[in-house]
Design a protein around this ligand. Structure first.
Ligand code: HEC
Length: 381
């Protein structure tokens, strides 16, 4: 029915409608015309989540729910702050089992779209009100050598094997524990086998000629996140190395060493990231400056699958004083998450000496990392 002939107002409206449909619509206008207003996270949370997680996020009382599985306390900053939105969205979309959690946690894929789930996350983020806690997004993949700025709860076992020349197998068992919102303490226990007195055991194993087996220099450390926002974290830390190693055997330096440093973690666009660490090592009369930089990017295989993080790490150091040359190494590596919960990871890399390569061996390195706060070593596979 030709509307215009009967009702000029409706005719005009129809004409305007057709014209507006043909005109290119500015992006922002188009967005604002899309399904009403931005989703209201609180309303969606109340409708979909509060029956189990409680309106306040602490979990509904046991007599109001029909399952036994413990509910997380979403108001607990120590727990909530370290979980990145992306991980929680995956669990909310696909249900608990996608990350090795209980199947009582339902999948909301059909009920909520991505924008709505993000709005729910934004609402959940209001439960922890203490901004001192750095967000889990800043917990970037861990390089082989560079200390991260993010405070962590983890066990890391690193093994390095010299590829050529004198043999040396180094191991380091590292334990890190967070306390408070920004602090972390760590203890590292190096041990290994080296072929000569010249081969220190630890992260800096070098060349070596007569096999030595034993404990290296135990290291204790403290780290504190000084400032952070959603993209950057900057920390200060210091490590003390104790002369527990067998110096004769080339495992340890036989002296106390103090190693203060600054560390930066930066999120880059497109799942990229960047780490920087710079510091000094005070060993008796000598002082060595060191700097480490890492560029990497995380890829996920499959929508909810594992994370692959190729990284390129550059290590530099130089004795402070006249006539000393700087030493450089390049360490390409790949970190991969091993289990469904993604809290057990492997990193494999090769350390190529760029300077003094006659005296220093190429080294193969691997670590196994267990983020113990997220569950037992054998949970979530
Ligand atoms: C039927 C009850 C129920 C409902 C409804 C529910 N959850 Fe859960 N949720 C659980 C349980 C139980 C767990 C704990 C699973 C575990 O630890 O094994 C859980 C865990 C979670 C976790 C994982 C936390 C972690 O440990 O990392 C997130 C995130 C979450 N729920 C978000 C939501 C959101 C968002 C909604 C609403 C859109 C929702 N849940 C609705 C029961 C529920």
């Amino acid at each position: 029915m030709p509307l215009a002939e009967h009702n000029p107002t409706r005719g005009l409206a129809a004409l305007l409608f057709i014209v507006s449909a043909l005109l290119p619509v500015p992006q922002s206008l188009e967005a604002s015309q899309a399904p009403q207003a931005a989703p209201d996270g609180m309303t969606l949370y109340e409708a979909g989540c509060a029956s189990c997680h409680g309106s306040d996020g602490r979990g509904a009382p046991a007599d109001r729910i029909a399952f036994e599985d413990p509910l997380p306390d979403l108001t607990d900053c120590s727990f909530a702050s370290r979980e990145p939105d992306a991980d929680w969205i995956i669990v909310s979309k696909a249900g608990g089992p996608i990350r090795g959690f209980s199947d009582v946690m339902p999948a909301f894929e059909e009920a909520f779209d991505d924008d709505q789930l993000q709005a729910v996350m934004d609402h959940i983020r209001t439960f922890c009100t203490d901004r001192a806690w750095p967000r889990g997004e800043l917990n970037l993949p861990r390089p082989l050598f560079t200390e991260k700025a993010y405070p962590e709860d983890e066990w890391v076992w690193t093994t390095g094997v010299n590829a050529e020349g004198a043999g040396a197998v180094i191991n380091e068992l590292l334990y890190e524990k967070r306390f408070g919102s920004r602090n972390q303490i760590e203890v590292a226990l190096p041990f290994g086998f080296a072929e000569s007195p010249a081969a220190p055991v630890g992260r800096d194993a070098g060349p070596a000629s007569d096999w030595g087996v034993g404990l290296g220099d135990i290291e204790v450390g403290y780290k504190r996140a000084l400032v952070h926002n959603l993209a950057t974290i900057f920390s200060f830390g210091t490590e003390l190395k104790l002369p527990t190693g067998d110096e004769e055997r080339g495992i340890g330096e036989g002296e106390f060493r103090l190693e203060p440093f600054l560390a930066l973690g930066q999120i880059l666009p497109g799942d990229g990231f960047f780490h920087l660490q710079a510091g000094a090592e005070f060993l008796g009369e000598t002082t060595e400056g060191f700097w480490r930089a890492v560029l990497g990017r995380t890829f996920t295989s499959g929508e909810f699958g594992r994370s692959w993080s190729p990284m390129i790490e550059v290590l530099g150091s130089a004795d402070v004083g006249e006539g000393s040359r700087s030493q450089w190494d390049l360490v390409p590596q790949m970190q991969v998450t091993l289990n469904t919960r993604q809290h057990v990871m492997l990193n494999v890399g090769v350390r190529f000496p760029l300077t003094d390569s006659d005296a220093r061996s190429t080294q193969f390195l691997v670590y196994l990392l267990w983020d113990w706060f997220d569950g037992g070593l054998f949970d979530g596979w």
